[in-house]
Design a protein around this ligand. Structure first.
Ligand SMILES: O=P(O)(O)OC[C@H]1O[C@](O)(CO)[C@@H](O)[C@@H]1O
Length: 354
């Protein structure tokens, strides 16, 4: 897992170097059909990645994005009349639910379909008009890390290209946005280093926590959800990712002195509201941690400050990496060997991957 974390920067560089080629077929759909109402079908980390980029794409391309959990879509859902493009996202391309959902749309043959995957010859590729390469190669460890960041970056680029095609983004603005992404990925090694130091400083405490809640807002709700996915897959203690305000409607009542909160601080309009929540719970549990994208004016030992000056909407490119590393470090710190498979017959019985 850490090997892939260390590959994230290189993979991102490659994605940025090759985006014109990798996204050529997507560009064609956009230029030809000009879809403005996208339905995205994805589960697990892929859904978290798309939730992370939704706001950026909606803003730069002036489109509207709906994300649906594929199995519910297959059995209970329907495609909105207004939907004019369906994008299925499956990093490995074997998720049964996403395949079935895409099949349903593909057979109707009403809207253009595309699949975003890192495995171009995977089963899902048969059911879309267009196959788009995430550009990160196949990740062999099931607890994806580079695949998440690569999906985020490729999708951000799709948003920029759509913005250009729709006249929302001019030539200069496109270059500015690409520069912003190039600059963003240069922070990855330092994020890794800072997170490793942070874990070393707090390992005893972090390893002993029985329950985590990760709270975010805006684009970092997707990051919080990815933290939930990563922590439960690896550390195997109850962990949930919450949207800031939703957390205040019930979930907070669970807080006790053993409970840990991880606040994702990405600046923006809700920064103060999050600070208030943190302050409130700091007197009920000692285990309040923050991961802050921006430089913190007051240094607090339980804040991992990444000191990055960037657009809040790009925060998923940075903020998931500390959670990936913490997931791995806490897991090994607790003596769990991720190489030893558990529920080994799960896929055979439940067939959630085909
Ligand atoms: O993106 P994919 O390949 O469809 O996978 C979806 C999810 O399935 C899992 O591999 C677990 O089955 C998750 O780790 C992953 O997020």
């Amino acid at each position: 897992m850490m090997t892939y974390v260390h590959e994230e920067q290189q993979v991102c560089r490659e994605i940025l170097n090759n985006y014109e080629r990798n996204l050529a077929s997507f560009q064609q759909i956009i230029n030809k059909k000009k879809p403005r109402n996208w339905l995205i079908l994805a589960t697990g980390s892929s859904a978290n990645a798309m939730l992370s980029v939704k706001y950026y794409i909606e803003k730069v391309a002036d489109v509207s994005i709906e994300i649906q959990e594929p199995f519910n879509f297959v059995h209970y859902g329907k495609i909105r009349q207004s939907a004019d493009f369906v994008l299925a996202v499956s990093q490995g391309g074997h998720s049964y639910s996403t395949i079935e959902a895409l099949k349903k749309v593909y057979r109707e043959d009403r809207v253009p379909t595309a699949v975003l995957t890192s495995k171009l010859d995977s089963p899902i590729a048969k059911y879309a008009d267009t196959v788009i390469d995430i550009g990160c190669g196949v990740e062999k460890v099931g607890f994806v890390t580079k695949g998440f960041t690569a999906t985020v970056l490729t999708s951000l680029l799709m948003g920029i290209l759509a913005g250009v095609s729709y006249g929302e983004v001019g030539v200069k603005e496109k270059q500015r946005k690409l520069d912003e992404l190039n600059k963003a990925i240069e922070h990855i090694p330092i994020i890794i280093r800072k997170t490793e130091q942070f874990y070393t400083q707090h390992c005893k405490e972090l390893n002993s926590i029985p329950r985590f809640a990760i709270v975010g807002y805006g684009p970092s709700v997707g990051t919080a959800k990815e933290g939930e996915t990563k922590f439960t897959e690896t550390i195997r203690v109850p962990t949930q990712g919450f949207e800031l305000e939703a957390y205040m409607h019930g979930p907070y009542l669970e807080v006790n002195k053993n409970y840990s909160l991880i606040f994702l601080k990405t600046g923006g309009v809700l920064a103060e509201r999050m600070e208030k929540l943190k302050e409130y719970f700091s007197s009920y549990t000692e285990h309040c941690f923050s991961i802050s994208m921006n430089e913190e004016s007051e240094r607090d030992a339980k804040t991992l400050s990444l000191d990055i000056e960037s657009n809040e909407l790009l925060s998923p490119l940075f903020m998931a990496i500390p959670l990936q590393i913490l997931a791995y470090r806490i897991t090994t710190g607790k003596g769990i060997d991720l190489g030893v498979r558990i529920f080994d017959d799960f896929d055979k019985v439940l067939k959630s991957k085909v």
